[in-house]
Design a protein around this ligand. Sequence first.
Ligand code: ATP
Ligand code: PRP
Length: 216
Amino acid sequence: MQPVTIALAKGRPAKQSIDLLEAAGIHFEGFHEKTRKLVFFNKDKTLRLIFLKGMDVPIYVEKGAADIGIVGRDNIIETEADVYEILDLGIGKCKFSVAGKKGGTLPDNQSLTIGTKYPNIAKNFFEKRNQTIETVHLNGSVELAPLIGLADYIVDIVETGSTLRENGLEVLADIETISTKFIVNKASFVTRSKEIQNVLKKLEEVVGEENANSPL
Ligand SMILES: Nc1ncnc2c1ncn2[C@@H]1O[C@H](COP(=O)(O)OP(=O)(O)OP(=O)(O)O)[C@@H](O)[C@H]1O
Ligand SMILES: O=P(O)(O)OC[C@H]1O[C@H](OP(=O)(O)OP(=O)(O)O)[C@H](O)[C@@H]1O
């Protein structure tokens, strides 16, 4: 039988995600922090771990190229992937906010230019306020945009607030909280139920059942 494939987001929460899997008794042979390898198997080859860019994880899971994904909710909402979001892993905690220059306000009666890595999230937030925006899609150092005059405001992740503070910006509105989630392909949830529940149960023992969501 094919192994169950777990797609794990590279970047910040990767180390904590691997630590969680280890704590749940799920080990991948030969994995170490500095490795450049992208595919690993557990000892009996029933599980395969693949490493992807965060934004690609929900896509792999939606399309069934991976059965399970471990990824920040930011990527799930931005891609609007049709997957089951089953368990909050309690790591990678941060929030989405609108930020702008310190001491400024967020006008609600005019069109704005928003710099962001997350144009869908920005559009959805402003649509709810009946406000049209133009987004400038950036790939990093988003906080620069209002400083250099590329955008009026930004929509970005805030954790400690240091990046905003150190660049003379502040939160003007909060959008929603984010954390790392355990997601599952809708078909695999049925066809690979036993194997997926097995992984899920082990992780629930580590992070607490209260973080689980019943998708059905
Ligand atoms: N400051 C932060 N604090 C906590 N979690 C964060 C923070 N920034 C990002 N995250 C979470 O970690 C995930 C990976 O973030 P990171 O910035 O490491 O990704 P990246 O690989 O640099 O991103 P990209 O895919 O855009 O290149 C994000 O999707 C989000 O869920
Ligand atoms: O509130 P803080 O604790 O300062 O964290 C927030 C920062 O972290 C993320 O950026 P990241 O470090 O991933 O760099 P990036 O500019 O390459 O996206 C995010 O985009 C913010 O810039």
